[in-house]
Design a binder for this molecule. Structure first.
Ligand SMILES: NC(=O)c1ccc[n+]([C@@H]2O[C@H](COP(=O)([O-])OP(=O)(O)OC[C@H]3O[C@@H](n4cnc5c(N)ncnc54)[C@H](O)[C@@H]3O)[C@@H](O)[C@H]2O)c1
Length: 316
């Protein structure tokens, strides 16, 4: 099988590329290295350094590669930047997506897997763990673009026959997550603790998230592609979307304590004012991913955090 992984030099995309190579796939990556790094690319992948907004470049690369499956991980993935420059966010996350969709149709791609976000689509949901059918209330340009992206995909599937699945990730963590990034509380706290610095918790630390290990997320992508290649088609927006999480709420304080134990950090956190608009509780209901895709997370939080700290130590 031939795969194109966009964002393959990034955190999740590089793990996915590794998994696909191990499974015997041919893998090529499109990435502009805006947040990704060339050294994240596993040996054996083809690499196109390209901005997805460059329509001709994307068309040429996809024609050249003729992938059977596209895993679209590349994104302007920062909520903060999406407020600083909403137009650039839409350029990358919507125009870039459309460039890739057109090129995929022309190259007769058989399956398209899209990295969406459960964390930003559901907001403060009524039901926790939250099912795919919950109301969508994105609270940032980034969230709006993820939801609009799913709508584009659905329309392209129904009207033009491009089969897709959207995976709505929880809070993904693991090796190679950039501690400079905003989404990675595990990477940020872990790096700070190893450097003997006191991490800052925004709010009281009792806000919860659904932390899912990056290798599990990579496997969910592979399972989604296999489902599409076996004929799965979601007949509604929420049927073509699958939560990828553990269903477990973990507080930021719990993450702090676990990481403190693993790193030998003995200090207390510094507390700062909660960030406006921050969701209080979040956990994703993974029942449909289990039933339809056969996906259940395999790496426990304790194991995943230990592996992440090992990596942070070696990278320091
Ligand atoms: N990390 C999380 O917790 C999380 C949660 C929900 C959804 N997601 C989504 O998962 C995907 C991967 O996120 P990640 O955490 O690995 O982030 P990341 O920043 O490590 O990876 C994104 C990659 O896309 C590349 N990229 C960005 N803009 C590009 C452009 N215009 N053209 C080509 N390449 C471009 C970057 O260089 C980077 O390598 C994103 O779509 C993100 O929105 C991540």
């Amino acid at each position: 099988m031939r795969a194109l992984v966009t964002g393959g030099a990034g955190f999740i995309g590089s793990h996915l590329s590794e998994l696909l190579l191990r499974e015997g796939w041919e893998v090529a990556v499109i990435d502009d290295l805006s947040t990704g790094r060339e050294e994240n690319l596993p040996p054996g992948v083809g690499f196109y350094r390209l901005d997805l907004v460059d329509r001709d470049g994307v068309t040429r690369a996809v024609q050249d590669l003729r992938p059977e499956v596209v895993f679209h991980q590349a994104a302007q993935a920062s909520v903060v930047h999406s407020w600083e420059d909403p137009a650039r966010d839409a350029q990358v996350n919507l125009v870039g997506l459309l460039n890739l969709l057109e090129a995929s149709l022309a190259a007769r791609v058989r399956a398209f897997v899209f990295a969406s976000s459960g964390g930003v689509l559901y907001g403060d949901a009524e039901t926790i763990p939250t099912p795919e059918t919950a109301a969508k209330v994105p609270l940032s340009p980034y969230g709006v673009a993820k939801l609009a992206g799913e709508h584009y995909l659905y329309t392209f599937q129904q009207a033009r026959g491009l089969p897709y699945i959207a995976l709505r990730y929880g809070n993904v963590y693991g090796p190679r997550q950039d501690p400079q990034g905003e989404a990675g509380v595990v990477a940020i706290f872990g790096r700070a603790m190893l450097a003997g610095e006191v991490p800052t918790i925004y709010g009281d630390g009792r806000q919860t998230r659904d932390f899912v290990y990056v290798e599990d997320v990579a496997r969910a992508n592979l399972l989604a592609a296999q489902a599409l290649l076996s004929g799965f088609r979601g007949q509604e927006l929420d049927e073509a979307a699958f939560n990828v999480g553990t269903g477990v709420e973990t507080s930021v304080l719990t993450i702090f304590r676990e990481l403190a134990r693993l790193t030998g950090f003995s200090g207390e956190p510094r507390f700062a004012a909660a960030r406006p608009g921050e969701v209080r509780r979040s956990a994703l209901d993974g029942a449909r991913a289990a039933q339809v895709l056969g996906f259940t997370p395999a790496v426990s939080l304790g194991e995943g955090l230990a592996r992440t700290v090992d990596w942070l130590r070696s990278a320091a």
